[in-house]
Ligand binder design. Structure first.
Ligand code: COA
Length: 151
């Protein structure tokens, strides 16, 4: 599949509908969006994927990553992660973090396949930070898993 991943230009719209797929708390999105770099995946003229990278000293964190449901399962999530890895290396970062919930079976699999290692667990994070219960894959999302990739 032909695609292009590029840093968002001022003329590009922020794909809020995609960011909302990855994070059920719009207030959290609005908090981390202004302090993140936005990278967009285009297929033709349409944005079909996005990730947000927050850089803090020698560490980067992927704050949000999402692919349009019509295009999921075709390798674009892997391509976004590979792009983030290259951006992180080019910036001289030492490590890249990504966090997800205990119920995100697909993401837990994908991140580890792409070389991220589970380094920490923030127990009950989703019970405290999100007002409504989150269920995914018939599992309640309670704990935040923190994955790290050395660059
Ligand atoms: N069980 C096991 N592995 C799964 C899985 C599942 N239910 N769903 C996905 N995967 C893994 C597989 O390893 C698969 O690799 P394979 O093709 O070798 O089998 C890989 O994920 C899929 O990779 P890819 O096609 O590149 O991912 P994608 O384009 O579908 O993007 C997401 C992945 C997570 C970005 C996408 O599913 C998405 O946007 N989800 C909604 C938003 C979201 O939850 N974001 C993450 C928040 S932490």
């Amino acid at each position: 599949m032909q695609y292009l991943i590029t840093k968002k230009k001022s003329s590009d719209q922020i794909p809020h509908h995609l960011l909302a797929l990855a994070d059920e708390n719009p207030q959290l999105i609005e908090a981390y969006l202004p302090v993140s770099e936005v990278y967009l995946l285009f297929i033709g003229q349409q944005v079909r994927g996005v990730y947000l990278l927050r850089v803090d000293n020698l560490m980067g964190e992927i704050m949000n990553i999402a692919v349009d449901p019509l295009y999921q399962g075709k390798g674009l999530g892997k391509a976004l992660l590979a792009h983030a890895r290259e951006v992180g290396k080019a910036k001289g970062l030492q490590r890249l973090l990504i966090k997800t919930g205990n119920s995100g079976i697909g993401q837990i699999s994908l991140y580890q396949q792409q070389g991220f290692d589970l380094v920490d667990v923030h127990y009950n994070y989703f019970l405290e930070a999100y007002p409504l219960p989150i269920w995914e894959n018939n599992i309640q999302c309670k704990h935040q898993l923190i994955f790290e990739l050395a660059l």
